[in-house]
Design a protein around this ligand. Sequence first.
Ligand code: HOZ
Length: 416
Amino acid sequence: MIPGGVNSPVRAFKAVGGTPLFVKGARGCTIVDLDGKAYVDYVMSWGPLILGHAHPAVVEAVQTATARGTSYGAPTEAESELAELVVSMVPSVEKVRFCSSGTEATMSALRLARAFTGRDKVVKFAGCYHGHADAFLISAGSGALTLGTPDSPGITAGTTRDTISLPFNDLAALRAAFETYPAQIACVIVEPYAGNMGLVLPKPGFLAGLRELTKAHDAILIFDEVMTGFRVGPGGVQQRENILPDMTTLGKVIGGGLPVGAFGGRAEIMEQLSPVGAVYQAGTLSGNPLAMAAGIATLRLLQGPGTYEKLDGLAARLIEGLDTVFARHGIPHQASQRGSMFGFFFTNGTVVDLASAKTSDVEFYARFFHAMLERGFYFAPSQFEAGFVSTAHDQDAIDRTIAACDDAIAALHATA
Ligand code: HOZ
């Protein structure tokens, strides 16, 4: 009855084979399937659950809010409170609007950038994924890449014409695009740490170069921090790298596991939005009180002392351990980590963009994935996704993962 049995394609095991986990419940860093088998989870609902599954404070906040009413379609104090948190934590955001998903955030940010500049074209980078709005499903990452449809059918030629896709980490290509389309590019959107083609980090100077070039050509720079916002640090990549975009899109962690997206930026841009300005954007469930409650509880806890240091330490321990195991078994690989986000590719080369990410041995990834699943460890069912740890992971879970990885690779070698 449900196409592919899933309500979002990344959940299917099409790239790795087999049947997806059907989930009974989850707590902390453990997810349990319908057969009662438990797994240490490194998918964490694809990023939102930075405090782990069913964190008591988040559950309580949602329960309390639910008892007061699930939706009003009118402003609440909770929206203002979350807005204040966002503005205080994300360096470049002066004003913010909430919506219900990352896709809504990016498509609304694009509309606003087009209206503000009076230009049509958008530059994105191949392998970056900005949700499933038409303008972004061109050389897209995540499920679109994994399932072989980076350019989705159903998108009009006109839309395609206005989206320029360039290689990630390639400033020369961006410079050339600005020359080819003078005064036509409204915005450049980027995942500043790309997490939807696996984890691909910016080369030194790439983000600064984006800032410089967009400024020079009066284009809006949008950091899509749906994945990295509040995850790689309280202020996202922009704070870690000290580069301020004009606009930022947010999602995942900001909703604490409930459906939330947000977009924000400089006040003069955000004030073009209706009802102050003329750019229309709306949503019946935008700023939903349950989602706001989960977001507030999550961001408040993240502000506690040592939280990000702990997350960083856990992910570093995991990636160092996996790196050592892969090396010991002679597996060509590249592993990386920033904050609580991590990724690894099975390749000899250096991964800097989509073309190099695609040199990864996806068949070996599929076998590795299943060998780990069998042992009770759930990584993303695709090579082209990032992994996540949460504050609910601990050293014991990480060390068991590394030991299982050693065992899994030895078993894969034995059967090869
Ligand atoms: N950005 C998420 C994974 N890369 C999307 C999750 C989904 O598509 O369901």
